[in-house]
Ligand binder design. Structure first.
Ligand SMILES: *Cc1c(COP(=O)(O)O)cnc(C)c1O
Length: 388
């Protein structure tokens, strides 16, 4: 039996072998001509993946949290008002993070499984002059998706900078950064972009860069400061070597490969594929009688799902059984309901066989945990949707 298990968590995900290859090639100098070329290519391709032709991309060694920190520290000055729209764990993290840079942080919090209504955000904008707003495209703790369009529209109407935490969505869910008017969109390498963990990837609009330029006080974070990184990105963009902090050389080579694979598939095809996979997975779970955290399809992510365990099923034992079937899933993340649900990542390189193997393993584990369902009922539903 194959010893390797299938990693179906919301990041790190399963990576393409072609992407993993550069991880084991000898590390070159960060100023070697071939590496400069790969870095520059990656910056160019990021603008295509984010659909932000006039955006300013940044590639920096660090995790997704660094990307959150980079957006906050470069755009917030002490005294500025920031509004966090929270749909789960990562919204709460953003509020905590922003408090390091200003005392004026407000949060609008959705109930589990719901989004904050756009009217409520607008009411808040009427009360105070906000410099920026953050929202989580897909909150990885709840599998709730926000529609970025009306939020970006509000940002334009009230001249508020909009920051989209796309760590669980970029290169999976539909994002048209420039057309929709999102000022910052960022992700981390290990999620739908399909590269091992270690890169923070961010694209800033010209409006965001201007706001940063107009700051009156220094950026209160040395490593994340765009004064340090912008000249580096501009140099590599022009295929010239530069140095501020040593780039994660092998990861950047892997990123170049993954971005090539993503663009070869095409963004439109990729958005559609994720929508189909997301729907197939959700409907398969519903066929077994499982309830999902997102309370309707409109707010359900396509990159991951978060089903509640059915009554009588012990979560820990269930995950153990799925693991014995060769599939790794994730447990709950939201503190107050942590033990009541599990999470399944289905983004990036995930294919039909991965999805069906996962659904099959879940189905067996449910049956072996005493949840009475007809064998094959979930697989049948998933196949119907995948074949449609
Ligand atoms: C994973 C994730 C993060 C944090 O990324 P790290 O790489 O773990 O620091 C932030 N936001 C969202 C939505 C995520 O899914």
């Amino acid at each position: 039996m194959k010893a390797r298990k299938l990693l179906m968590i919301p990041g790190p995900i399963e990576f393409e072998p072609e992407v993993l290859q550069p991880m084991s090639t000898p590390t070159t100098s960060h100023v070697a001509p071939d590496f400069v070329e790969s870095f520059g290519n990656s910056l160019d391709m990021m603008k295509e993946v984010w659909l932000a032709p006039s955006g300013q991309p940044f590639i920096v060694a660090g995790s997704g949290t660094l990307a959150m920190d980079m957006a906050a520290s470069n755009l917030v000055e002490q005294g500025d008002h920031a509004l966090v729209i929270s749909t789960g764990y990562f919204g709460e993290r953003y509020a905590e993070l922003l408090k390091r840079y200003t005392d004026n942080v407000d949060m609008l919090k959705a109930e589990h499984g719901k989004v904050v209504p756009v009217d409520q955000i607008e009411d808040q904008f009427k009360k105070k002059n906000y410099k920026l707003l953050t929202f989580t495209h897909v909150d990885t703790s709840t599998a709730v998706i926000n529609d970025p369009r009306p939020i970006a529209e509000l940002g334009k109407k009230y001249n508020v900078i909009t920051i989209l935490d796309g760590v669980c969505s970029v290169a999976g869910e539909e994002i048209r950064q420039e057309e929709w008017g999102i000022d910052i969109a960022f992700t981390a390498s290990q999620k739908a972009i399909g590269v091992p963990p270690g890169l923070a990837l961010l694209v800033a609009s010209q409006k965001a860069m201007k706001a940063w330029n107009n700051r009156k006080t220094p950026v209160a974070n040395y490593y994340a400061d765009w004064n340090n990184w912008l000249p580096i990105m501009e140099a590599y963009g022009n295929r010239k070597p530069a140095y501020f902090g040593t780039p994660a050389v092998n990861l950047v080579l892997a990123l170049e490969k993954s971005l090539q694979i993503i663009l070869r598939e095409g963004m439109e095809t990729r958005f559609k594929r994720h929508k189909k996979i997301g729907k197939a997975f959700r409907e398969a779970m519903k066929a077994a009688g499982l309830k999902m955290i997102p309370d309707e399809d409109r707010v359900s992510a396509n990159t991951l799902s978060a089903p509640y365990y059915p009554s009588g099923v012990n979560g820990k034992e269930f995950l153990q059984k799925v693991s014995e079937e060769g599939i790794i899933l994730a447990g709950g993340l939201i503190a107050d309901i942590k033990t009541q649900y599990f999470r399944v990542g289905h983004m990036g390189a995930v294919n039909r066989s991965d999805l069906l193997a996962t659904i099959g393993a879940i189905e067996s584990a449910l049956r072996n945990s005493g949840h009475k369902i007809e064998p094959g009922i979930c697989l049948k539903k998933a196949q119907e949707i995948l074949d449609s």
